[in-house]
Each structure stands twice: as C-alpha cells, then as structure tokens.
Design a protein. Structure first.
Ligand SMILES: [Zn+2]
Length: 346
C-alpha cells in the first residue's frame, strides 16, 4: 500500500480542496430560553440543565470583535484605542482618509498591539476650537508581529497529526485553492477522516481558536466558517490548523502548548470538499499574512501532493485532550479512505 508511483499519486490532487480566507471571522453560540417568569432570555451562556433552550449560531467578523478600534475619549476630544482580544500581537495601520480642521500631521500610522491588550493610538484634536471638525478613518489589521526578513530556509516542523498515515491532497501553490492566496501558498492539505488527532508541530502559545462552526460546503459562503487553532511560535511565525470538527478543540487561547500535544480533531468545516486538515505556517510580512515554506521532520524534501505522511506518534498522548469517543472507528476509517483513494486512481 505504501509504494505508489508519483504519477498515479498526482491524480489524488483533485480530491480534497479547501479555501481558508484570512480567518477574520468569529462564531459564537446564542442560547434562547425562557426564565422562571416566562421571559425570553438570549445569552451566550448555556442555561441550567433542566431548562429547554434553542441554540443559534452567531457569525460576526473578527475585525468587529477580536480586534477593534473604539473611541475612548469624547466626541469633541476623541481618543482612538485599539483593543486586541487575541492571545498574540497584531499590526494595525490606521488611515485617516479625510479630515477637516484637525491637528493631524501623519495620516497613516502603524502600531503593534500586543494581545490580549489595548493600545492608545491617537489623541485627536481640533485645529481651530471654534470651528467644526470631521474625520474618517479605516484600519488594516494583520495578524502577528512583522518579520523583518523571511526565513531563508524552509521551517522544519513535526507532522500536524498523530497515529496514522495520510496523503497530501494539495501542496504548495496548489491550483485549486492555494495559489494566488499568499496566506495559503505554502499550505498543505492532508486528506484524513474526521476526528483524527491534530497535534502541535512546534511549541507555542495558542493565539486563537474557533470551535463553533458546523457548516461546510464547496461554496464561498463557507469560506470564513472553518474551525481553527492558531498557535504563535517563539520566532513570530504562526501555525494554522483548519477545518477542525466542531466542539473538539482541546486547548484554550493563551495556553502554552508543546510539540506533539493534541490541539483538537480534524473535520470538514468551512469551505471544504471533504474531510481534511488545511495546515500552514504563516507570518506577518510586509503588512500581509503570508505563508512560509515548511519541511516535515523525517521528510527532507518539499511536501508534494500525493505524498504519504506517516505518523508513529501514539494517539492521545496528553490526557487533557477532549478526545471524541470514536477513536477505534477512526483507525478503521483511515484504511477505508486510502482504499477509496486507490480505487479512484484506477
Ligand atoms: Zn488548503
């Protein structure tokens, strides 16, 4: 089963593809129930067990929730403050596009806002206190602290899954959904059954998680609905693990994780044509979230579509992982999917 020609493997490329946009979306659960007085309550907190409730899903953009700019001053003396709820830094560029009667020397400014935290950006003032004033601004947010230089060599990392052997379905510059998207150009898609343990490729700090998306499909409307874990590494790079199964993420933002630790379980959420992991190491370079070339430990060459990756790491090493109940089933499914892929080759 392990030996296959690269030409045949190349045909596997078509099977599982996905698109991850910049990840600036956020999902939350909303619970609707009646309190003891019969009044409707809408809350993000689950009611007590004996209360009937309906659950809805809220989707808001991350730009409005996890990183935001607000006026902490007054209408006449605005103080623009950036609030970053992510557990890692972001770079913010504020553009004052239009202004009248304001003391502004520089209409474009940049800051690095550590997370979670706040940073005062600007105290805005009228030039002539007796005349009215106005301003219009917009903001660009890039995840991560900027790299001064891109690494010269590909980053060496561990495999992002445990206990199985899976085929790369799309690799660097994959034409289906990686090419043309700087944050995904050096991403790999690895075809794997749902509920495969996803593990950290390096030590780091969990910067962000999305756990609550459940929809998926081959349609742009799902492009921002992948469940993810983002881990910040010591060298300012970030690993993105995407399309994870809802409610299986085993780590929290701010948590320190070590290489090989279970982060969650694979799934098929978001813009995806089948169960797989979309994985990329990214960095903020030139005010853009860009993916970086990687090599998996034990595989000296660049990851290629059709290549088989084998992890000997035992499943469920860290007991804190919220492991789905069907681990046994998962190992059977691995064979099924490989068999199916082989069938499609003929
Ligand atoms: Zn992908």
């Amino acid at each position: 089963m392990a030996v296959r020609s690269s030409i045949r493997n190349a045909k596997l490329l078509l099977l599982i593809i996905s698109l991850i946009l910049s990840g600036l979306t956020h999902a939350a659960k909303l619970y609707k129930y009646k309190d003891e007085n019969g009044r409707w309550v809408f809350s993000d907190q689950k009611p007590q067990e004996n209360v009937d409730y309906e659950q809805e899903r809220l989707v808001v953009t991350e730009a409005q929730s996890k990183v935001s700019i607000s006026n902490h001053g007054t209408k006449l003396r605005p103080i623009l403050v950036a609030v970053n709820q992510l557990h890692g830094p972001v770079e913010i560029v504020l553009h004052i596009d239009q202004h009248t009667n304001m003391k502004i020397s520089d209409t474009k400014r940049r800051w690095i806002v550590p997370g979670p935290g706040e940073k005062t950006l600007l105290y805005l003032e009228r030039d002539d206190p007796y005349r009215s004033f106005g301003y219009r601004w917009r903001v660009d947010v890039t995840l991560g602290e900027p790299l001064e230089m891109k690494p010269i060599k590909p980053l060496k990392i561990g495999l992002p899954f445990a206990g199985g052997e899976f085929v790369i379905s799309q690799a660097f510059f994959g034409v289906y959904s990686h090419k043309g998207h700087p944050e995904s150009e050096y991403a790999v898609d690895i075809a794997m059954p749902r509920n495969t343990p996803i593990v950290a490729v390096r030590d780091g700090i969990v910067m962000d998680t999305e756990n609550d998306f459940s929809r998926s499909g081959w349609d742009m409307q799902y492009a921002d609905e992948a469940n993810i874990v983002r881990v910040l590494h010591g060298d300012k790079t970030m690993a993105l693990y995407a399309h994870l199964e809802p409610d299986t993420i085993a780590v929290r933002p701010g948590e320190r994780v070590s290489q090989g630790q279970t982060l969650g379980f694979s799934g098929n959420t978001g813009f995806s044509s089948g169960p797989h992991l979309h994985f990329a190491v990214q960095a903020n370079y030139g005010l853009k979230l860009q993916s970086l070339p990687i090599r998996f430990e034990g595989y000296p060459k660049e990851p290629k579509a059709g290549q088989l990756l084998v992890s000997n790491r035992p499943v469920g090493v860290n007991s804190s992982a919220n492991k789905p109940t069907s681990t046994k089933q998962t190992s059977n499914k691995i064979n099924t999917i490989v068999e199916k892929l082989l069938e499609l080759l003929n």
